[in-house]
Design a protein around this ligand. Structure first.
Ligand code: NAP
Ligand code: MG
Length: 481
């Protein structure tokens, strides 16, 4: 019998008759578990519980709240191997990648646990005699968190931890394709003794629960990561109610490769950023913009390297690329590959679904490289979220910068160059929130702000000290002594 995973509302595991399946995208015969399908009533119950828990939780000292997060991090750490394997089985990314992500989630919990002892406010001198003035942080209240499947542990952690440490209470809705990784964090918080109602978890259909969530009377803020369509809809709903909102959405991230780059590391960085995690990172490179002088040699080297990538079940050693997260995402990838064939010509490698042998029961797509892609082509403009790389030719640095920025998205952007001036020109002129130089476009840490520019993002940044800006508000005090 597959395990049943309940929702968590007001400190209780809450079950219902209706459930949905969580299956392994590398082998759909494997049922990982059944999740209780939450209802609008569950969201309302969770919101009411969060509102009731707010006064005591926000009155608790920051270090005391931090201790609970530290404890939850220790509990997750003890279950590290299991939690990472769960992630590979539900999402498809390789086990080393899953381990990296669970390690990150643990570090995020510890980082924000420490913020409980800092919680920086402001203290400045007054113009007036014997006036002491300062601003302290206070929580905003009940916060709704809506998360995607592609980083099913790190993203829930980087929303939950700052929300909680600032003294808010939380209502969280995980992605239906990979709810177990987020559930494990909630389980750890429960085992760490978090007071009832402070954290609530309701899995189920995004449409139904999303509507209930933005309508829930006690809600004060929503933090969302996912697609542009859902983000835009949430924004409209939330704005009508004056909810605070933070959105992290799609991208079409470029890597510029200049002729002076360290050639072999540029190839490695582009292949890594385009294909690892099956291209399903929000910061993945989907456009390589390559200077004319090295263009042909670069295309050949990327194709040669890509052909060596091993596609398969991410639980097995030696696998580089796992499956797409589900059938819908695989169909999207294959549809864009067809569009690419029509607009840009036959891919230089890949381009097919893989069904041979053990791959027959999974959603595997070959890492696919298109070259000669023009700015007007669909695969140069729209987010695919799969293992598909579009290589584009640039006349020179200026042309490459223009192509890189000529897109409505602005999540991450990368340059490969050994020229310091070019690197700095790129840093000041790239229209994106996350920049890398001589590194893959994907691969961020939690100690600095995270988020995009342009249509990729809206609202304050996540992670690092910046996360406190979204999850807290200032109270400003003038005191005459
Ligand atoms: P998605 O379809 O927008 O789903 C994200 C979350 O929203 C899921 O929990 C989903 O629930 C929920 N949802 C769906 N419809 C909703 C509605 N009407 N109201 C409220 N919530 C709703 O995105 P995804 O397919 O999971 O993730 C892929 C996308 O996320 C890509 O576009 C990627 O670029 C983006 N992403 C961005 C970042 C970033 O930091 N910028 C990071 C990671 C991913 P269900 O799962 O039940 O549908
Ligand atoms: Mg799954």
């Amino acid at each position: 019998m597959a395990q049943l995973f309940s929702n968590y509302i007001n400190g209780e595991w809450v079950s219902r008759d209706q459930t949905f399946e969580n299956r392994n995208p590398a082998n759909t015969n494997e049922l990982i578990g059944n999740f209780v399908k939450g209802t609008a009533q569950d969201i309302n119950d969770a919101a009411a519980a969060a509102a009731a828990a707010l006064p005591a939780w926000s009155a608790m000292s920051g270090p005391a709240r931090g201790n609970i997060l530290f404890k939850a991090a220790d509990i997750l750490d003890k279950k590290f191997e299991q939690v990472a394997a769960d992630m590979t089985r539900e999402e498809g990314k390789t086990l080393p990648e899953a381990k990296g992500e669970v390690r990150r989630a643990i570090n995020i919990l510890r980082y924000f646990a420490g913020e409980g002892s800092r919680m920086p406010g402001m203290l400045v001198p007054s113009e007036r005699d014997r006036v002491h003035m300062f601003a302290l942080r206070k929580p905003i209240g009940v916060v709704g968190l809506v998360t995607p499947w592609n980083f099913p542990s790190a993203i829930p952690a980087w929303k939950l931890a700052p929300a909680l440490i600032c003294g808010n209470t939380v209502l969280m809705k995980p992605a239906s394709a990979a709810p177990l990784s987020a559930w494990r964090i909630v389980e750890a918080l429960h085992e760490a003794g978090i007071p009832k109602g402070v954290v609530n978890f309701v899995a189920g259909s995004g449409g139904t629960l999303g509507q209930a969530l933005v309508n829930a009377a006690p809600l004060k803020a929503v933090s969302f990561t996912g697609s542009c369509e859902v983000g835009q809809w949430l924004h409209q709903q939330a704005s009508a109610r004056h909810l605070r909102i933070q959105l992290e959405m799609g991208g079409k991230n470029p890597t510029i490769v200049l002729a002076d780059a360290d050639f072999s590391s540029a190839v490695e960085n582009v292949v890594n950023a385009a294909f690892f995690s099956t291209g399903q990172k929000c910061t993945a490179t989907s456009r390589a913009i390559v200077e004319d002088a090295i263009y042909d040699r670069f295309v050949a080297a990327v194709v040669e390297r890509t052909k060596k990538l091993k596609v398969g079940d991410g639980m097995q050693p030696g696998i580089d690329i796992g499956p797409c997260v589900d059938e819908g995402q695989m169909e999207t990838d294959l549809r864009y590959i067809e569009i690419g064939r029509q607009e840009s010509g036959e891919p230089r490698c890949g381009g097919r679904r893989l069904t041979e042998g053990a791959l027959a029961n999974g959603y595997f797509v070959e890492p696919t490289v298109f070259a000669g892609v023009e700015e007007s082509h669909t695969i140069a403009r729209e987010e695919i979220f799969g293992p598909v790389l579009a290589i584009m030719r640039a006349k020179d640095f200026e042309d490459a910068m223009r192509i890189a920025n000529n897109i409505p998205f602005g999540l991450s952007s990368s340059i490969q160059t050994t020229n310091l001036s070019r690197a700095f020109e790129f840093i000041y002129r790239a229209e994106a929130g996350l920049l890398t130089v001589n590194l893959p476009s994907a691969g961020v840490e939690y100690q600095l702000p995270f988020g995009g520019a342009k249509d990729s993002s809206f609202g304050p940044k996540e992670q690092g000290p910046a996360a406190l800006e979204f999850y807290s508000d200032y109270k400003t005090v003038y005191l005459k002594y």
